[in-house]
Design a protein around this ligand. Structure first.
Ligand code: NDP
Ligand code: MG
Length: 383
């Protein structure tokens, strides 16, 4: 049976890798609904190539251009937040949630409510809404499959194991582009340097998060909620080659690793095939080609954002939402050269210190705390 796949964030890096896997399996998958933020040209190209039934562009000002670009094509169109939510609710067998940042939360929640399998790339929405997000998935009987390579690895490793049987879970990290940069040069790095990831090709926001290692911090929280694992069972290990993506250490001393070339098509193919395996012809790892696999403990002086995340892991949902919001503002300000690279952690810290009473018990609180944290962070930048 051909499965209908919707892609929220189809024009991004994960969207692109998802379309490549779908393209290689025309008998297994077709595209149902697609969305983009403002990239009219690429979204139109995708519509022409993959013939989805529904396409939405978030930026309302571009709607006329978008419709003109699709002239003559049989596809229902929409725009704005309502359009993206309609795409998320459009009938599909699986939805790829790959919008970047907190703006992916509402569409991903809509997907959880309307589709039985959600492939989750958008880690920020899980960090911001945490167990509320997982509760909605459970109430709706929706399966959440992690796309993020480390969580995808752990998902594969944890099949038929309970968290009680596990001593700890390890997320590996490449260390980003500044792993070996002298510490006193970190203040000088530019956005262009920060987005040049040594291993993975990704969107700009996650690339900067990888450079600060807040990406790994977000992933710790993502793992906490996805696998319902206590904070003290989560570890981070730098592994510059990014061949091992996740490790599960059992109480009996066995350590299981998941390996693969650093190519997001691999976890995406797993999610598209689950619970079966796709016969995808993706290049597999050959360890004989790997000269060296090395590992080191992260230096928290180099990665103060990771230290913040370890603190937040134990601090409850309110602070997790605050950290995510402050980081989004900090990364945007760094991209616009309003703050330096080394100021990102300080801005997040200040915002957290101003919002120690952030408390979350329902989704309305998530939106309110996110908004308040953004305001505080923006105020600090304009001081
Ligand atoms: P990209 O920046 O490449 O793509 C983001 C996508 O979201 C684009 O389609 C973009 O549209 C769309 N978008 C951005 N803002 C909005 C908005 N306000 N409303 C609607 N759509 C919007 O990001 P990535 O593909 O790299 O990452 C996507 C998510 O997946 C992130 O949460 C990231 O953390 C996660 N992830 C990514 C990995 C990777 O290898 N890239 C690995 C693991 C997780 P447009 O193109 O029009 O701007
Ligand atoms: Mg990852």
């Amino acid at each position: 049976m051909v499965q209908k796949i919707s892609i929220l964030g189809a024009t991004g890096s994960i969207g692109d890798s998802t379309l490549q896997v779908i393209d290689a399996h025309p008998d297994d998958f077709c595209v149902s609904a697609v969305t983009a933020g403002n990239n009219v040209e690429r979204l139109a190209e995708i519509c022409k190539r993959f013939r989805p039934k529904f396409a939405a562009i978030a930026d309302e000002a571009l709607y006329e251009d978008f419709k003109a670009a699709l002239a003559g094509l049989e596809v229902e169109t929409a725009c704005g937040e309502a359009g993206v939510l309609a795409a998320a609710a459009y009938p599909a067998d699986r939805v790829m949630a790959a919008i970047t940042g907190f703006s992916g939360l509402k569409p991903t929640l809509t997907a959880l409510e309307n589709c039985s399998i959600v492939m989750l790339a958008n880690k920020e929405c899980l960090v911001a809404a945490g167990s509320l997000f997982m509760d909605i998935a459970a109430q709706q009987n929706t399966t959440v499959l992690p796309v993020d390579s480390e969580h995808n690895a752990l998902h594969q490793l944890l099949v038929s194991k309970s968290i009680e049987d596990v001593r700890h879970l390890t997320l590996t990290a490449s260390g980003g582009p500044f792993l070996n940069l002298p510490l006193d040069q970190l203040a000088e790095v530019t956005p262009e340097m920060a987005v040049k990831h040594p291993i993975w090709s990704m969107g700009e926001k996650i690339s900067i998060d990888s450079a600060t290692m807040l990406n790994k911090g977000l992933e710790l929280i993502e793992a906490q909620h996805l696998f319902a694992v206590p904070a003290d069972k989560l570890k981070v290990l730098i592994h510059p080659q990014s061949i091992i993506h996740g490790l599960v250490t059992m109480h009996d001393g066995s350590v299981m690793a998941h390996m693969g070339t650093p190519d997001m098509q691999i976890p995406i193919a797993y999610c598209l095939g689950w619970p079966e395996r796709l016969k995808a012809n993706i290049a597999a790892l050959d360890l004989a080609d790997e000269r060296e696999l090395s590992f080191l403990t992260p230096d928290l002086k180099r990665y103060p954002c990771l230290e913040l995340a370890f603190e937040v892991l134990n601090a409850g949902q309110g602070m997790q939402t605050v950290m995510n919001a402050a980081n989004e503002i900090a990364v945007e300000a760094f991209r616009k050269a309003q703050i330096g690279f080394a100021d990102i952690a300080g801005l997040i810290r200040d915002t957290m210190d101003k919002m120690t009473d952030a408390d979350i018990s329902c989704l309305a609180d998530v939106y309110a705390v996110d908004e308040a944290a953004r305001r505080e962070a923006l105020d600090s930048i304009s001081l």
